[in-house]
Write a protein that binds this ligand. Structure first.
Ligand SMILES: [Zn+2]
Length: 140
């Protein structure tokens, strides 16, 4: 089972259907749509394998951070919910030890690390900042 297939399974286990579609707002590659208690995760069609994996993991994270109507939320609540989703995505795709060992082998190059780990370079850079900020890794 690929990581993407495993993610699809965990979305399913959380009660969400996963579809790929290109009918998403500009600048949005993934979205959770709720119809009553049923949820659908839409992942933009045509993304790279790395991007679709990161997007799906991120949207699955949103299933547990809450999928309420953002129009009814304060800006701060939206930012906090987004930060929680990013932290969960990093925890699921880039555990600190695994990322550290890959970065060690590729001299800290995030692009090579992303290729090796099958995720986007954006997520690797985000994870590096996250672990430093959390004090998981020393500065350097
Ligand atoms: Zn998000």
């Amino acid at each position: 089972m690929t990581i993407y297939e495993a993610l699809q399974q965990s979305a399913h286990d959380a009660g969400a259907k996963v579809v790929e579609d290109d009918a998403l707002p500009d600048g949005t590659d993934g979205l959770v749509v709720c119809h009553g208690r049923r949820k659908t995760i839409i992942v933009r069609k045509g993304l790279s394998a790395a991007a679709r994996k990161c997007i799906l993991a991120h949207e699955i994270a949103h299933l547990s951070t809450g999928t309420g109507d953002m129009r009814a939320m304060s800006a701060l609540a939206i930012v906090k919910q987004e930060q929680r989703a990013i932290a969960l995505t990093i925890g699921s795709l880039l555990p600190a030890k695994r990322l550290a060992s890959v970065l060690n082998v590729c001299n800290g190059n995030p692009q090579i690390a992303a290729e090796e780990l099958g995720v986007t370079e954006d997520l690797v850079e985000c994870a590096i900042k996250y672990y430093r900020r959390k004090g998981v890794w020393g500065i350097g």
